[in-house]
Design a protein around this ligand. Structure first.
Ligand code: HGY
Ligand code: MN
Ligand code: MN
Length: 405
């Protein structure tokens, strides 16, 4: 099966020798290498290749203008020091599933598309799913143009430096009109399949989730000479807020993470002037998510006041609950269960995906491949080879059931 050779080819791209994790950030050299790999895979299979106005890459078998294409794929970018499977497993499996279908002699009665959505993780510019949000019209051009990375480079500048015209970005309804169904295969970011003993599952829903930036602004001063009583130290307010986030999440049966922080001036012997922390919170329902975020925000306000610190909270990214298309979901479960006496597990997730974004515009579904430890967004992320092959076969079965006689 071609999966192994493609996997081996892609594996070293954008991998840090120091951490073993991936640093495939949008519009960087590593991203360009991933894009070159995708284009080569498409062209070597005789597929029509194109990059759309938002930088997403598409490979087509048949004429997508028919308007009922079955599309599969995922993303190739990563979080900082992310794992090898989150995103790439879905893209490599898409090409491998096409090879499998050709090997089976399948006759396509609908066009097939394979896609690499750009900037799914939002690692560089802070917003998840930029490529799919732009295409779906869920991110305005003005909002996109305002995105800036830690070095102050804007998204348009980064696109331009990578040879992509930022003036072209925007909604792409014509492209979405080509899609009859989108099926994304992804490594599970959790242990449900490990616990159930299944190699593959079907997604039911994505939890509502978002990212909020908390700016605590205090007063820079000398760490060695400033009396404690005279300090307006934003780091204290931030630290207390991190603990409050954990308490609020436990109360609501949700999750909340402060995983990224920026400190100014960031000196060992300087009381900070500014501490900027990003909250990622997710919950099974909107009410619980609101309870967590409101609780964290009011606790932060209380701690800021207590230390004479100013606080600004801004929501930077949000995705409401996604219920995947029930007809498509049940069709996938039926196809995958055919010929076996196994029922295919249907499971929810707290992880965001391009399929979640597209679900606002076209029927979407997801397949998950077992992750024995559930660990993700880490170099330790893993899926066993047998399970990856089972995922390719399941995806091929799904595509055959949806797009072939
Ligand atoms: O953050 C997420 O859930 C996804 O990995 N972008
Ligand atoms: Mn991810
Ligand atoms: Mn992903």
């Amino acid at each position: 099966m071609s999966f192994h050779s493609m996997w081996a080819e892609l594996l070293p791209v954008g991998r840090s020798s120091a951490s073993g994790g991936y640093r495939r950030f949008a519009w960087t050299g590593a991203d360009a290498d991933c894009r070159a790999w995708f284009e080569q895979q498409a062209r070597s299979r005789g597929l029509a290749y194109e990059t759309d106005r938002n930088g997403n890459q598409w490979a087509w078998l048949g004429d997508p203008a028919r308007g009922d294409a079955v599309v599969t794929g995922s993303h190739l970018d990563s979080v900082p020091d992310g794992g090898a499977f989150d995103g790439p497993l879905g893209v490599v499996s898409a090409f491998a599933a096409l090879d499998e279908l050709r090997h089976r002699g399948a006759r396509f009665t609908r066009p097939l598309g394979i896609v690499n959505f750009g900037d799914e993780e939002g690692a560089r510019f802070g917003l998840a799913c930029v490529g799919s949000r732009l295409t779906a019209g869920l991110l305005t051009v003005e909002q996109a143009h305002r995105l800036t990375d830690a070095q102050g480079i804007t998204l348009p500048q980064a696109m331009e430096a990578a040879g992509h015209d930022p003036g072209a970005i925007g909604p792409d309804p014509e492209r979405l009109d080509r899609i009859g169904a989108f099926v994304e295969l992804h490594v599970e970011q959790g242990r449900a399949l490990d616990l159930s003993g299944d190699p593959v599952g079907v997604a039911s829903a994505i939890w509502p989730h978002g990212r909020w930036r908390f700016d605590f602004r205090g007063e820079a001063n000398h760490a060695g000479t400033t009396r404690l009583a005279d300090r307006r130290d934003p780091m204290l307010s931030y630290a207390e807020t991190v603990l409050a986030a954990r308490r609020e999440a436990e109360l609501a049966g949700a999750v909340a993470t402060f995983g990224k922080i920026a400190v100014e001036p960031n000196g060992v012997n300087a009381i900070p002037s500014l501490v900027r922390g990003w909250l990622d919170s997710r919950a099974a329902d909107q009410e619980s998510l609101d309870a967590v975020v409101d609780g964290v925000r009011s606790a932060a306000r209380e701690y800021a006041d207590a230390h004479g610190v100013e606080l600004v909270v801004e929501r930077e990214s949000f995705t409401s609950v996604v219920e995947f298309d029930r007809v498509l979901r049940d069709e996938l479960a039926r196809i995958l269960g055919t010929g076996t006496d196994l029922t295919v597990p249907v499971l929810g997730t707290g992880a965001g995906h391009d399929a979640g974004i597209l679900s606002a515009r076209v029927p979407t579904a997801m397949l998950f491949v077992r992750n024995p430890t559930g660990v993700s967004h880490s170099p330790a992320e893993f899926a066993a080879e047998d399970d990856c092959v089972a995922g390719v076969r399941a995806l091929a079965d799904a595509l055959e059931g949806l797009a072939c006689t």
